[in-house]
Design a protein around this ligand. Structure first.
Ligand code: PNS
Length: 159
C-alpha cells in the first residue's frame, strides 16, 4: 500500500489544491492532507478552522485523511512512514523553492521516500492562497477560486 502526503498551509484551501488532492487520491492508495501549523505565519484562519474546513470539503473522499503537524516536514514523514510527498507545481515561480525543499528533504527523509510533483492544471495556475486571501480581504470576488464549501465557511464566519 502506498501512503502519500500532501502538505501546505491551506489558508485557505483553493481549487488549485483541490485539483492536486483529487489527482493524488487517484494515484495513491491513501492520501493524507497534512496542514502545517506555523505560529510565525500570520494566518487568516486558525489551524482548527483550516482543519474543520478541510474535513468538510474532503468528507466524500474515501482514501483521503486530514491531519496537522508542526516542525520539520521530514520528521512528520519519517514518523508516519509515508512513501511519497506530493507537491503541486505551477510555473517556474515555484520551481526554485520546490527543488531546494525536495533536495533538503531527501537528506532528511528515511530511505526511499520520494517527492513527486504534479503539474498544475493550467486552469488553476494563477491561483495561490495568498492572492485569494488578498483579493478577498480587499473586497474582491473569489467565487470559483476556492471550493464552494470554503466560500460558505468564509461567508458564515464573515472573515
Ligand atoms: O502552503 P505552503 O506554504 O506551500 O507549504 C509549505 C510547506 C508547509 C510544505 C513547507 O513550508 C514545509 O514543509 N514546512 C515545514 C518545515 C520544514 O520542514 N522546513 C524545511 C523544508 S526543507
Amino acid at each position: 500500500m502506498t501512503k502519500a502526503l500532501y502538505t501546505g498551509s491551506f489558508d485557505p484551501l483553493t481549487n488549485g489544491h483541490m485539483n492536486i488532492i483529487e489527482r493524488a487520491a487517484r494515484l495513491y492508495d491513501e492520501l493524507t492532507v497534512g496542514i502545517i501549523e506555523n505560529p510565525h505565519k500570520l494566518a487568516l484562519f486558525t489551524l482548527e478552522e483550516r482543519e474543520e474546513m478541510m474535513r468538510e470539503t474532503l468528507k466524500d473522499f474515501d482514501n483521503v485523511k486530514v491531519d496537522h503537524f508542526s516542525g520539520l516536514l521530514a520528521n512528520y514523514v519519517n514518523e508516519n512512514k509515508f512513501d511519497v510527498v506530493v507537491r503541486g507545481l505551477r510555473a517556474t515561480m515555484d520551481f526554485e523553492y520546490e527543488i531546494q525543499m525536495a533536495q533538503m528533504n531527501a537528506r532528511l527523509f528515511d530511505s526511499s521516500v520520494e517527492t513527486v510533483f504534479l503539474m498544475t492544471d493550467p486552469k488553476y495556475s494563477f491561483i495561490s492562497s495568498s492572492v485569494v486571501k488578498e483579493v478577498h480581504q480587499l473586497g474582491g470576488c473569489i467565487d470559483g477560486l476556492v471550493p464552494d464549501s470554503i466560500l460558505d465557511y468564509i461567508k458564515r464566519s464573515a472573515k
